[in-house]
Design a protein around this ligand. Structure first.
Ligand SMILES: [Zn+2]
Ligand SMILES: [Zn+2]
Length: 340
């Protein structure tokens, strides 16, 4: 039986610093692949799991779920991947592959899915493992040093465009221009939509236009938000803080949809008439399926969509986490694996 020791960075309890560890990965499962990590994005969900904000963390936590690297080992039942091939891994590392959701292509909704960083060692490590279906091949044209954040952040904001049939003639708003939002602006613009950015930070205005926004509105200014009343088909909310929900609902046209991808922990107060009178919807979604990830990567590579990233060596992961936690990331942090 082959054994594999893996060096990684782990936290042993909520709000503790990451420390170097190594763990025994055990034998590779027949349907598993192993990825030698080159780069890994730092996602806000890594912070949430490190801090046990969602009450589901299992320590030690090895964070990291936006991994890019080369396949270094394949189980004997693995399909479609070979050793040496570049692939990426996101929030999910396995799904059952036989439930109704998996069989209808909604693997990300599988009730038995395994999150890459919950009860499973993540990618702030030399190596990370997943079911073969979740190790998504990367297009050759994609810049791998910035691709990591596409694997979670990217697919999270891209998937709703396909799921809800957003049209190029639609007008799309994006609330919160951070790691997710700056990607959402790029996708919405390349999709052909007219794009409105709602940002809490007016100092970002020029950059926000560069990402593809046609107009920029302060998300803290109710009067400003209401100037956009009755103008949007889709409002994608990437912020994870409470907003002026009634004002934002008014930005939707009849049949409009407010779609949540940011994990706002406080309940959202909504009056029934705010939805009924304009036949409006509120919805939410997590990440996306392997096929959605694959389509997103292809679309990003064709349209030159890339996360704007800041690099830290993985050995400085605690500095990177502090940088993100302080709200200083512009717009996404990528850690470069530097095990020697
Ligand atoms: Zn399933
Ligand atoms: Zn994530």
């Amino acid at each position: 039986m082959t054994m594999t020791r893996v060096r990684a960075w782990a936290s042993h309890g909520a709000k503790q610093k990451l420390e170097p560890i190594d763990y025994e990965a055990g034998p590779l499962g027949p349907e598993e692949v192993e990825l030698r990590v080159e780069f890994c994005g730092l996602c806000h969900s890594d912070l949430s799991i490190l801090n046990n904000d969602w009450g589901m963390s299992q320590y030690p936590v090895i964070p990291g779920h936006e991994a890019v690297g080369r396949i270094s080992a394949v189980g004997d039942q693995v399909k479609g991947l070979r050793i040496g091939q570049r692939a990426g891994l996101g929030w999910t590392s396995a799904s059952c592959m036989y439930c109704h959701q998996c069989m209808t292509g909604n693997h990300h909704l599988c009730g038995q899915s395994v999150a890459t960083i919950v009860g499973h060692p993540g990618a702030f490590a030399e190596k990370v493992r997943s079911h073969w279906a979740w190790a998504v091949p990367l297009p050759d044209a994609l810049d791998i040093s910035s691709a990591g954040p596409l694997l979670c952040g990217g697919v999270t904001v891209f998937a709703p465009f396909a799921t809800y049939g957003v049209k190029p003639t639609d007008r799309v708003g994006v609330v919160g221009i951070g790691g997710l939002g700056h990607l959402a602006l790029q996708f919405a613009n390349a999709w052909g939509c007219e794009v409105t950015a709602f940002s809490s930070n007016p100092s970002k205005m020029e950059e926000v236009r560069k990402f593809g926004a046609h107009r920029v509105v302060s998300s803290r200014d109710r009067a400003g938000i209401l100037k956009a009343a009755n103008s949007l088909d889709v409002l994608l909310v990437t912020a994870n803080v409470p907003l002026d929900w009634s004002a934002f609902l008014q930005t939707l046209k009849p049949n409009g949809r407010m779609h949540l991808v940011g994990a706002v922990l406080e309940p959202i107060p909504v009056g029934a008439f705010d939805l009924i009178s304009g036949q409006k919807s509120i919805s939410g979604s997590p990440t996306g399926s392997p096929a959605a990830m694959s389509s997103m990567l292809d679309f990003a590579s064709r349209h030159h969509i890339a996360p704007q990233v800041e690099h830290f060596p993985l050995s400085k992961v605690n500095d990177a986490i502090a940088h993100l936690a302080a709200g200083k990331a512009r717009y996404r942090v990528v850690l470069d694996a530097d095990f020697t």
